[in-house]
Design a binder for this molecule. Structure first.
Ligand code: GLN
Length: 484
């Protein structure tokens, strides 16, 4: 008979209460997560690896601290999953790439160090699209991950493992990274909350770089409050990341707890996001309902324009690939990765990178090298940088007439495996999430409906100006409460 208490999918507030009152121990909680993974992950395949011994040891250490009243925080002993591009000391750090399969991290990313300092327990390596390039987790070199709500469909990407593990209730929370939507899009597909913080607000030290001017780490969680708890722990200046912003705040979760309504909040609907071809009828209807709910909760709704939205996907695929081609140049088998010997140095590079990188990563390196090459730099890279500024200005203009924006997260619900075989089709699935990485502000994906007939989750995206996470999280929490 199973002794499971089904704790693995509970929000952090409940887990913290249970641990603090002694209703269960961290070891019991972690055992539940391991049992859930044994039971469900054969089908979902969200994890690449779980070091059981390590996890149980860390949980036992947490229980010992509590027994001595020396707990590091009220969350001491709660496990969290980690996307395979964020460094945890002693664990693999492969970015789901063959090239980095043998690599183990010698140090903790700043976000990991900060969570460990509160007693959180790192729990396993979560699957992703190779080097975070993709929207479906099909680009993982390890295995694909399935959507926990329908195993014939993708969980989204690139943080597909993180969203599937939380959405499938295998673990309470996880970290993901978002360069063009990789936290928000899979969160919408898997029915969970995903926060993309303001660029620079969470340290990137220990995150394997994809496109450094866009990448941000953030939480994927069962509810807004849990996401806020993790954000409380991980945000703030870090001298190890030169793009890190000053300051640190730790009262997001308490602000979320007191969120009740949207009274006095002005929400803008960007016209361009609702007139997109490709927005499915079910997502369109869910957006109408989300807007109606915001009104009912007291928000004032206004229409706004983000006129340069139509360039966002093109600009992103120039800038992100340019940065990726430079960032991935270091993976040559000499300092990192699975080295293949060649007859000379250059041949060795060809063999190592040829065998180690998957097709999508190679495509991006080629594109990025092309747009940076002399003769094309001005026409593509430089021009894209200029349009990026126009996109950022659109958001600044909009913020003069409203507090937040509301948009869809994705044009459709989770699609089937192999449904998007043309790369451009896949790139277009990020059409609603990419602009805000280019602008650098913050956004959150919150579940808002399930699709009639399929029961697949649909998410709504709230967007706020840079550094306005408190406004963003409290509005998202009021919306979540209004739905329940
Ligand atoms: N899907 C987008 C891409 O393929 C975004 C990825 C991400 O945010 N890491 O680049």
């Amino acid at each position: 008979m199973s002794n499971e208490k089904n704790l693995s999918g509970l929000p952090l507030s409940r887990l913290s209460e249970g641990l603090c009152s002694g209703a269960f121990s961290s070891v019991e909680l972690v055992r539940d997560c391991l049992a859930a993974a044994d039971r469900l992950d054969g089908g979902i395949r969200s994890f690449i690896e779980i070091d059981r011994e390590n996890v149980l040891q860390a949980a036992a250490a947490s229980d010992e601290r509590r027994a001595k009243h020396a707990q590091l925080s009220v969350y001491d002993g709660i496990p969290f999953g980690v996307k395979d591009c964020i460094a945890v000391k002693g664990e693999r750090l492969s970015c789901a790439s063959k090239l980095l399969a043998p690599v183990k991290s010698p140090y903790d990313a700043t976000v990991i160090a900060r969570l460990k300092a509160q007693g959180f327990v790192p729990f396993g390596r979560l699957n992703m699209d190779e080097f975070a390039m993709g929207s479906s987790c099909e680009n993982s070199s390890v295995h694909p991950t399935a959507n926990p709500h329908d195993l014939t469909r993708v969980p989204g990407g690139s943080s597909g493992g993180s969203a599937a593990a939380v959405g499938g209730k295998l673990i309470p929370v996880a970290l993901g990274s978002d360069t063009g939507g990789s936290i928000r899009q899979p969160s919408a597909f898997c029915g969970v909350v995903g926060l993309k913080p303001t660029y620079g607000r969470v340290s990137r030290y220990g995150l394997v770089a994809f496109a450094s001017s866009l990448d941000q780490i953030g939480p994927i969680a069962p509810d807004v409050e849990s996401a806020a708890v993790i954000f409380d722990a991980i945000n703030g200046h870090d001298p190890m990341d030169s793009t890190s912003l000053p300051g640190r705040e730790s009262d997001f979760a308490s602000a979320v707890r007191s969120a009740k309504s949207l009274n006095g909040v002005r929400i803008g609907l960007p016209r361009e996001y609702f007139s997109q071809n490709g927005l499915s009828a079910s997502v369109g209807k869910a957006m109408d309902e989300a807007v109606a709910l915001c009104r009912k909760l007291g928000a004032e709704i206004v229409e706004v324009n983000l006129p340069h939205t139509k360039y966002a996907v093109a600009v992103y695929y120039i800038l992100a690939t340019a940065e990726a081609s430079a960032n991935l140049a270091r993976f040559d088998g000499i300092r990192y990765g699975d080295r293949k010997e060649g007859k000379d140095l250059i041949d060795g590079y060809f063999k190592t990178r040829g065998a180690g990188f998957g097709a999508e990563v190679k495509r991006r390196i080629l594109l990025g090298t092309y747009v940076l090459s002399s003769g094309y730099y001005d026409a593509y890279y430089l021009r894209a940088q200029k349009v990026r500024t126009l996109i950022r200005r659109d958001f600044e203009e909009a913020s003069k007439v409203c507090d937040l924006l509301l948009t869809p997260v994705t044009p459709t619900t989770a699609f089937r495996f192999h449904e998007k075989s043309d790369p451009l089709q896949m790139y277009l699935s990020d059409i609603f999430t990419i602009a805000l990485n280019l602008a650098g502000n913050c956004g959150i994906s919150v579940p808002c409906a399930t699709e009639p007939g399929t029961n697949l989750p649909i998410g709504v995206q709230f967007i706020a100006p840079a550094m306005a996470e408190k406004k963003l999280l409290t509005a998202a929490a009021a919306f979540e409460l209004g739905r329940s």
